[in-house]
Ligand binder design. Sequence first.
Ligand code: G3P
Length: 216
Amino acid sequence: MQIFIDSADLAEIKEAVAIGVVDGCTTNPSLLAKVGRKLEALIPEICEVVNGPVSAEVVATDCDGILKEGRALAKLHKNVVVKVPLIVEGLKAVRVFSKEGIKTNVTLCFSPTQAMLAAKAGATYISPFVGRLDDLAQDGMELIQQIVTIYDNYDYDTQVLVASVRNPVHVTNAALIGAHCATIPFSVIKQLASHPLTDSGLAKFLADAKKNAGAV
Ligand code: G3P
């Protein structure tokens, strides 16, 4: 499964890339606001750090406006993926982007029918938000399973990019279902590698190695 970092914080993106498990990056207007950076300036900087697709989101909500913004974003770097909200105007724009060879990440997906329409429009990635569904006591991972099943049934090329990931269980279940990618906050990426039994086991090994230092 491809792991993308869900962040606009260049310092933590660099730290995550240094671990060697990051295949791409996703940003959105809220993540940009958290770091107070301008999209057009930050995206090229992220593209120089991350060797893979970098999602940059438009803020227009009409087809022509999305096309204008998306074409400009696509020119920032060859790895830019234009992020488009899953609305009718967005689907119209995705169909045009698909014909123009501009990669798209259709975001704010919360239903299997939305995901099906995004695939029919030619989206490169679909971003179902599992955490926000869980927040409403719905099963976000059930949506992922439904989308993967529908995409397999009709051999759609769109890649399932699990988003709104809140914990390692989301990552495990996304991989068990067979999602292509998951975009993960840095705090969760760090959790993926750690386990208390690993830490305690290592401490015991090191303590015993120290005790045994004088062995012949
Ligand atoms: O990529 C989408 C992600 O940033 C949304 O996460 O936690 O705001 O639902 P969250």
